[in-house]
Write a protein that binds this ligand. Structure first.
Ligand SMILES: *[C@@H]1O[C@H](CO)[C@@H](O)[C@H](O)[C@H]1NC(C)=O
Ligand SMILES: *[C@@H]1O[C@H](CO)[C@@H](O)[C@H](O)[C@H]1NC(C)=O
Ligand SMILES: *[C@@H]1O[C@H](CO)[C@@H](O)[C@H](O)[C@H]1NC(C)=O
Ligand SMILES: *[C@@H]1O[C@H](CO)[C@@H](O)[C@H](O)[C@H]1NC(C)=O
Ligand SMILES: *[C@@H]1O[C@H](CO)[C@@H](O)[C@H](O)[C@H]1NC(C)=O
Ligand SMILES: *[C@@H]1O[C@H](CO)[C@@H](O)[C@H](O)[C@H]1NC(C)=O
Ligand SMILES: *[C@@H]1O[C@H](CO)[C@@H](O)[C@H](O)[C@H]1NC(C)=O
Ligand SMILES: *[C@@H]1O[C@H](CO)[C@@H](O)[C@H](O)[C@H]1NC(C)=O
Length: 490
């Protein structure tokens, strides 16, 4: 009897391990690098491995992250930024790009590149058609170059597109009426038929958060996989969440373009945690819990039931120098804070356990020092407060002060201190960075409040690496990659 009592929990644990891990393994993340202070790429890769994350999507083909990914086995999507698409319409340039940025890493112990992203949402409506003429020629050239280099069977070129390339008509807005946006329908049809021929997936970015953002009539539950009380009825199908409805709108559009079975990769999906009233850690936690519950069951969507879904979370880490044109939330998409530490409970196995991702290890911070408003400044200096706060916020990140954010609701002095500190940290705590016409003062006392963090930035790795290793030092992996690149070039 005693034996059974011991064995049962053990068996359960084993089952959990078997059932639980594959979901985490299949999970992908977007690794964006628009932060003023970056974690060392090797630290990020170890964090991916610690969390069993097996897929990563990049926004360029920078040698540093790729060097760190070498030998990890992690599947990688490298990318060609939009501003390089024009160049890729020239075949020789495309071939050169593939040599340098794909073939060079294709060796034993190299980088497991699976996809090349040709552009990033190049047909986004707000880009006014700038990339309409160049994207398809670039896609064709890159796939041809991959084929010519002998890697085309395993490496596929795809175009990550925003979900705004398709829609359902206003008078019949159900997923089954999905179609590509009329003004790009011809081009989209050519592209998806090409993807179908080359065996590449369609890559789409789906943002339930943006359905809610700026639309107070949008049913909240429908954004969170909990919309059973307000379903969208489409014939015999009831949609209870906007993610499925959006995905199936695409499936319908693909069918109308003659490729109803084309595989779909979700290139970006996620929820931000600051900068707007619906961008909170609590909502993000709820969103991911719903998403992972759905993924774990391999439920698929009503039009593609019982299917494994390849998904890349957006994103891994906060990026404090991203453009805030879309909104103040834009710098807070990370499932990890700027320092690689988890923001909220998350169970990627979809079992809703109260677990968290494993944070980055061995993170180097600047000293515990802050810069705040000197409340003893003379009145004549105080008159320059507005200008100085404006300067700090223009050159650093003040998005957490905005309405609905974690640091909103402080008094004017709190605002000024927050602005001064964020600038001071951005400038690596430099001596001159805490001046502000004599309005600021350094302190060793943490000014953070219950909800508002006055953060300490990461140590500047370029500066720190120089101190530790000397500027000419190379990691072994980087050296191997460089040697391989030279060999390939010959
Ligand atoms: C490889 O990719 C990097 C980063 O995207 C880019 O700067 C570089 O020009 C590419 N190399 C070639 C040969 O195109
Ligand atoms: C697109 O057009 C709008 C309106 O003319 C303009 O404000 C915006 O800057 C343009 N965007 C780009 C990327 O050209
Ligand atoms: C795309 O090509 C068409 C036809 O050649 C041309 O009229 C249009 O100006 C081009 N658009 C851009 C953004 O280059
Ligand atoms: C392209 O689509 C057709 C029709 O859906 C399908 O039969 C074919 O297998 C697809 N080709 C590839 C390479 O997936
Ligand atoms: C603090 O700054 C925020 C964001 O700029 C602003 O909305 C708020 O009114 C400011 N508070 C005070 C007391 O000045
Ligand atoms: C007030 O501002 C002036 C001009 O920047 C500066 O020289 C002076 O030191 C400031 N006063 C104090 C008390 O910081
Ligand atoms: C503030 O930072 C601490 C760690 O230093 C973290 O535990 C906490 O969640 C953060 N709070 C917010 C609102 O970001
Ligand atoms: C980091 O240090 C390097 C080298 O000292 C410097 O060029 C760079 O501007 C610094 N970056 C930041 C964000 O302070």
């Amino acid at each position: 009897m005693a034996g059974v009592a011991v064995a049962r929990p053990l068996l359960l644990l084993l089952l959990l391990a078997v059932v639980g891990l594959p979901a985490a393994w299949a999970l992908g993340v977007n690794w964006g690098t628009m932060a003023s202070h970056q974690l060392p790429p090797s630290t990020v890769v170890r964090m991916l491995q610690d969390n069993g994350i097996r897929k990563v999507k990049l926004f360029d083909a920078d040698a540093e992250p790729l060097g760190a990914l070498a030998g990890s086995g992690i599947e990688v999507m490298v990318a060609i930024p939009n501003n390089m698409l024009d160049m890729m319409t020239d075949y020789d340039t495309a071939r050169e790009w593939v040599h340098k940025n794909v073939s060079a890493y294709n060796f034993d112990g190299g980088v497991n590149i699976r996809y090349v992203a040709v552009g990033n949402e190049p047909f986004l409506s707000s880009l006014n058609g700038t990339f309409l003429n160049v994207t398809f020629p670039a896609l064709r050239n890159i796939q041809q170059a991959l084929d010519e280099a002998g890697v085309g069977d395993t490496v596929k070129a795809t175009v990550p597109l925003n979900a705004d390339v398709y829609e359902s008509p206003k008078d019949n807005s159900v997923p089954s009426a999905g179609r590509f946006r009329p003004e790009i329908a011809g081009l989209m049809t050519e592209i998806v038929q090409f993807l179908n021929q080359s065996g590449a997936p369609f890559t789409v970015n789906i943002y339930p958060y943006l359905s809610l953002y700026g639309n107070d009539d949008f049913p909240l539950d429908f954004a969170f996989f909990d919309g059973a009380s307000s379903p969208v009825v489409d014939g015999s199908i009831q949609y209870t969440n906007v993610f499925d409805a959006n995905f199936d709108t695409l499936v319908s559009a693909l069918a109308k373009a003659g490729v109803g079975g084309l595989p779909v990769v979700v290139g970006e999906v996620g929820w931000p945690t600051d900068g707007e009233k619906h961008a909170t850690a609590a909502y993000a936690q709820r969103f991911y819990a719903g998403l992972f519950r759905k993924l774990a069951g391999n439920a698929g969507t009503p039009l593609r039931p019982n299917q494994y879904m390849e998904i890349y979370l957006f994103s891994l880490i906060d990026e404090d120098v991203k453009s805030i044109a879309p909104g103040n939330f834009e710098r807070h998409w990370g499932v990890m804070r700027y320092d690689g530490q988890p923001k909220y409970a998350m169970d990627p196995t979809g079992q809703g356990r109260n677990t968290a991702l494993t944070g980055a290890r061995g993170v180097d911070y600047l000293p515990r020092a802050w810069c705040v408003l000197n409340t003893n400044s003379p009145p004549e200096n105080m008159s320059r407060l507005g200008d100085n706060v404006g300067y700090a916020c223009t050159n650093a990140d003040c998005t957490s002060l905005s309405y609905g954010s974690t640091c909103n609701g402080m008094d004017a002095a709190g605002n000024a201190s927050y602005a001064f500190n964020t600038y001071f940290q951005m400038q690596d705590q430099g001596e001159e960075a805490c001046g502000f016409d004599g309005l600021a003062v350094r302190t060793r006392q943490d000014p953070s409040t219950g909800t508002c963090n006055f953060t300490i930035q990461l140590e500047n790795t370029s500066a720190a690496a120089g101190r530790r290793r000397g500027p000419a030092a190379l990691t072994l992996t980087m050296a191997l990659v460089l040697v391989a690149a030279m060999v390939t070039a010959l």
